[in-house]
Design a protein around this ligand. Structure first.
Ligand code: ATP
Length: 235
């Protein structure tokens, strides 16, 4: 579904991605794990056209996308829940969700999808008329993921959804991601520093260090790998 081939991405003269190759098949949950500053967010920024690669190719469903702008990429069915819960603080929960469905014309199905979100996250239903800024950190993260889901993406990109959240909230969000993947067949690319939880939900994973992919395997094999255990699982 998505293929990154020999991606090199820069911030000015700083090279943040070095020859990155990643493949994601339809229906998979694939994770990219790595330490602070390894290049995880940059990988997502390259895919969504915010920081396009200087060289290499990104293809989505057979079409080259690294010359498209972010709006065109969203319109193809790629949606991102960015790191740090960038919701609209002065819009209500419901308005934030409406913004996620901005490009859709099937308003009846949009309504159903909003009901589905409220079933998945009942706390958002309770807070539907409350401004985003007044939600707790965990609720804002639920809203950020839900807003991305409201575009009905074929490919959902998630940047560290577990960051700074209590274990119970993390479990809730990851259970929803699993359900969306299994029931709606949404393909998921999950960027995480929390390797343990990411590898438990994922089918396959990649490890990035200093801008380069250093390992790639089935998630269960990465979980069992001595190198991953030592460097990322603290075992
Ligand atoms: P974290 O887990 O801390 O979010 P990350 O793996 O997502 O880290 P990136 O944000 O992709 O890492 O950063 C990769 C490298 O690029 C880092 O060395 C970072 O300092 C650098 N970088 C990121 N954004 C910029 C920027 N706007 N200008 C200059 N350098 C940047």
């Amino acid at each position: 579904m998505l293929e990154l081939k020999a991606i090199q991405t820069y911030y000015g003269k700083i090279q943040a991605l070095k020859n990155v190759d990643i493949r994601i098949s339809e229906g998979e949950i694939v994770t990219l794990i790595g330490a602070n500053g390894a290049g995880k967010t940059t990988t997502l920024m390259s895919i969504c056209g915010i920081n396009p690669p200087a060289s290499g190719t990104i293809t989505f469903q057979g079409r080259k996308i690294n010359n498209l702008n972010p709006e065109e990429i969203v319109a193809l069915g790629i949606s991102q829940a960015p790191e740090g819960r960038h919701i609209f603080p002065y819009l209500t929960v419901r308005e934030n969700l409406d913004m996620g469905a901005f490009l859709r014309r099937d308003s009846d199905v949009v309504k159903q999808d909003m009901e589905m979100i409220f079933e998945l996250f009942p706390i958002l239903a309770e807070r539907r008329n409350q401004e985003g800024a007044t939600l707790s950190g965990g609720e804002q993260q639920m809203l950020a993921v839900s807003r991305a889901l409201m575009s009905r993406p074929r490919l959902l990109l998630l940047d560290e959804p577990s960051l700074g959240l209590a274990p119970l909230v993390i479990r809730k969000i990851f259970a929803v991601l699993n359900k969306i993947n299994k029931e709606q067949h949404t393909t998921i690319f999950l960027v995480e520093q929390n390797a343990n939880i990411a590898l438990k939900i994922a089918d396959r994973g990649y490890v990035i260090e200093n801008g380069a992919i250093i390992m790639e395997d089935q998630a269960e094999d990465l979980l069992a790998s001595e190198k991953v255990k030592k460097a990322y699982l603290g075992i």
